[in-house]
Design a protein around this ligand. Sequence first.
Ligand SMILES: *[C@@H]1O[C@H](CO)[C@@H](O)[C@H](O)[C@H]1NC(C)=O
Length: 292
Amino acid sequence: MASVLVKLLLLLTILASSVLVIAYAGNLHQDFDITWGDGRAMILNNGELLTLSLDKASGSGFQSKNQFLFGKIDTQIKLVPGNSAGTVTAYYLSSKGSTWDEIDYEFLGNLSGDPYTIHTNIYTQGKGNREQQFHLWFDPTANFHTYSILWNPQAIIFSVDGTPIREFKNSESIGVPIPKKQPMRLYSSLWNADDWATRGGLLKTDWARTPFTASYRNFNARACLWSSGESTCTANSQSSTSNNNAWLKEDLDFTRQERLKWVQKNYMIYNYCTDTKRFPQGFPPECAATKA
Ligand SMILES: *[C@@H]1O[C@H](CO)[C@@H](O)[C@H](O)[C@H]1NC(C)=O
């Protein structure tokens, strides 16, 4: 009797673990290259977890093996806990060259218990100056949360746990270039920026607490991959993979527009589109189109 039970338990355990393997099939060894940090960046647990760390001598970083031309990128990140003031965790898509495109998240650390600032920016053809900053409705250091970038021909949408926090609509018709020709790679790094990240260097990084560590898992890219000068999306036309490519046409439905307004009303702490001091001659043209 006991042995039957043991066998049953064993079977259940095997079943449960095989379900887990399927759920976390992504292997970060296959997705990312560690690019700098001299051992401070590590891929652990058979490719399920990546950690970046920062100490007084150096930060660290990684990049995606693939390049994308449009995509929906999700990564679960757990930010540096405790007193993280002065540290910046950057997580962004970027192309190369002097007229590069870039879609940025930067997580600015803070004293224990004080809110992280989520800094966002968008560069098109080498020009940025499109900052929006947010606080969050949860503590991003207690658990993993999903930070997403949707980049398709209609819009760039930043979302946190599925809630949109920023939308940059295609405003080409009023002369604003959008990223659409240059493939981008995903980059992330953890570094010290206590000269500016704490509201102009107000607080200094507390090196007694090192190393600072940010963790990553469950990377998921639904994207048009770029290889040898071609996008996989144009190669195998959209009809064959229409379900998988739904993100290429995705925009904010009414419910998600309402969520976006809720975030912008309650959690947005800076918006270049309302900074009259900075743009005394009038706001950039896209501001009219992306007004919340
Ligand atoms: C840190 O916390 C203070 C106090 O709540 C807040 O004003 C500030 O925006 C936070 N972020 C940074 C990066 O200092």
